[in-house]
Design a protein around this ligand. Structure first.
Ligand SMILES: [Zn+2]
Ligand SMILES: [Zn+2]
Length: 228
């Protein structure tokens, strides 16, 4: 499987030459996960799967334009701007790619899903934005060859807010590593927050310093390709 991380910038004002674009991940030049930039459509994807409908993952939400390319579109909940969206309720396939949705806690008013994507022997897990993932939703997952998760905050616990019983926001990288490490030996990071842009080479070093002998950490950049 060839995984291309098209954009690595979180929804923040900062930007840098290799971290200019919002979220999007292209699998084998065929399947696009999130469309943070209209330009990603130039890849001519055969299908699109959304993690959630924040505008940095679905560019058309910024301007409230309708989005209706003539390809299969999948997402966690109905979205009025995407009339042909198929709402995911269970595992599904796109050609040879088998998707298992994983419920993710992230936003107060939006549903979010992560996806375990399997093709043949190869398996990856893309989390999207994460306030938290219930351990019960991870316990039956297989070992995966690569996890791609977010990096909004490097501090522990990130920025989690609370309303009534619900938490929302973004957890910290240390928390994500602790949560996801049992699933994999390779974690790629994208969706960088403001902390990352202060001194990018220093920030990359900070991320590499979190590696252990059992866990490789891959700081992403716009256009990075990972072959698994
Ligand atoms: Zn989000
Ligand atoms: Zn986001």
């Amino acid at each position: 499987m060839k995984v291309k991380i098209l954009g690595t910038r979180g929804k923040i004002p900062q930007s840098a030459p290799r971290h200019k674009k919002y979220s999007g991940i292209l699998i084998d030049d065929k399947i696009l996960i999130d469309v943070g930039e209209e330009k990603y459509m130039e890849n001519d994807p055969e299908a699109i799967v959304f993690t959630h409908f924040h505008p940095d993952h679905a560019f058309f939400v910024f301007n409230e334009e309708e989005f209706s390319p003539e390809i299969p579109l999948f997402g966690p909940e109905p979205q009025e701007l995407v009339p042909t969206l198929k709402v995911i309720t269970k595992p599904f396939s796109i050609g040879d790619y088998h998707f298992t949705p994983v419920p993710v806690i992230h936003a107060l008013r939006l549903k979010s899903l992560g996806y375990v994507i399997q093709k043949g022997e190869k398996i990856i897990f893309i989390t999207g934005d994460v306030a938290w993932i219930e351990k019960a939703n991870l316990k039956d997952l297989p070992k995966v060859d690569l996890v791609i998760t977010e990096a909004s905050f490097i501090r522990k616990r990130g920025m989690i807010r609370r309303k009534n019983d619900q938490i929302f926001g973004h957890t910290g990288i240390p928390d994500l590593l602790r949560l996801l490490e049992p699933l994999t030996s390779k974690i790629a990071l994208t969706h960088f927050g403001g902390w990352f842009f202060k001194d990018i080479s220093e920030s990359r070093k900070k991320l590499k310093a979190l590696e252990t002998k059992d866990l490789q950490i891959i700081p992403g950049y716009d256009g990075m390709e990972i072959e698994i």
